[in-house]
Design a protein around this ligand. Structure first.
Ligand SMILES: NC(=O)c1ccc[n+]([C@@H]2O[C@H](COP(=O)([O-])OP(=O)(O)OC[C@H]3O[C@@H](n4cnc5c(N)ncnc54)[C@H](O)[C@@H]3O)[C@@H](O)[C@H]2O)c1
Length: 275
């Protein structure tokens, strides 16, 4: 098989949790382009419908939306059964769903808490989605993959799961006294996902199920210029990323192109964690 052919995922069924989100949609487009059948599994029905409209239906219904709340085992089971009924199998799982309050208008109030005052319920909610959600999806879909004697799982982490957030980047020149923080739960759950991948790679090493992590860095959305400058400065490439700059790494990880790779963390961060 040629290297080019190894990237082909024709007929393979992929579940993307958080599939209606910013990166989930990009991943969905990529998997479709390489011949896959895609399930955008997401808690937000409205976003799911909009994403389907935006991407188009693919040929022969190759892309669908499924409701799931990844923090509920019952909901994950229902989603997995529905996918099995529709497509007969699950070859690929991408754990992308996350709670990640952005540093943008509308989300800013979530960044005002000092760690000492951080609400327990915020911590528990984020852990239940970002970490327990991936745990449950691996458990439920991993069982299907065991029965198929084949599967690939990608857990989507973050560069601040590898390094601590530098909270100085959120301080504005005009308001030096006003501190803003990346909430503790996000980097801690992302760090845990990297180890979830290693654990499961080791655990399923003899089951033909590969488990890896994809680590992206901050994507351009609606951040203000000051924040963009502060984050860009920390990347070797001197900029943040476009939303489609992780898709090459993603198709590598889910296809046979990475057949000898498991338990690894593929870091696509413009060099931010390299210095
Ligand atoms: N965007 C970035 O700059 C960036 C950088 C590094 C890592 N990441 C990671 O990439 C992944 C995707 O990020 P994004 O920017 O697309 O985020 P996003 O907020 O746009 O998408 C996340 C999706 O998860 C869904 N979701 C939330 N709770 C859920 C639940 N309980 N069950 C099912 N779905 C749920 C949301 O509805 C949303 O569609 C995340 O894991 C994030 O941590 C993003």
């Amino acid at each position: 098989m040629s290297i080019k052919d190894k990237f082909d995922i024709k007929g393979r069924v992929a579940v993307i949790t958080g599939g209606a989100g910013l990166l989930g949609k990009e991943f969905a487009r990529t998997l479709l382009e390489y011949g896959g059948k895609v399930v955008m599994a997401d808690i937000a029905r409205d976003r799911g419908a909009a994403a389907l409209k935006e991407i188009g239906q693919g040929s022969k219904g190759d892309i669908v939306y499924e409701y799931v709340d990844v923090s509920s085992k019952d909901s994950v089971e229902k989603m997995a059964q529905s996918v099995k009924k529709r497509f007969g199998k699950v070859d690929i799982l991408i754990n992308c769903a996350a709670l990640d309050p952005k540093f943008e208008a509308g989300d800013m109030e979530k960044h005002g808490y000092a760690f000492e005052d951080y609400p327990l319920e915020s911590w528990e909610r984020a852990v239940s989605v970002n970490l327990t959600g991936a745990f449950l999806c691996c458990q439920v879909i991993g069982r299907i993959m065991i029965s198929q004697e084949k599967g690939v799982i990608v857990n989507v982490a973050s560069e601040i799961g590898m390094i601590a957030p530098d909270n100085r980047i959120y301080i504005k020149k005009a308001e030096p006294e006003k501190k803003r923080f990346k909430p503790i739960d996000y980097p801690v759950t992302k760090a845990a996902l990297i180890h979830l991948s290693r654990y499961l790679a080791s655990y399923w090493g003899d089951k033909n199920i590969r488990v890896n992590t994809l680590t992206p860095a901050t994507v351009y959305t609606d951040q203000d210029d000051e924040l963009v400058k502060n984050i860009s400065y920390r990347a070797i490439l001197g900029r943040m990323s476009d939303k489609n700059e992780f898709c090459g790494a993603l198709i590598f990880l889910v296809s046979d192109a990475s057949s000898y790779m498991t338990g690894a963390n593929l870091v696509v961060d413009g060099g931010r964690t390299a210095w």
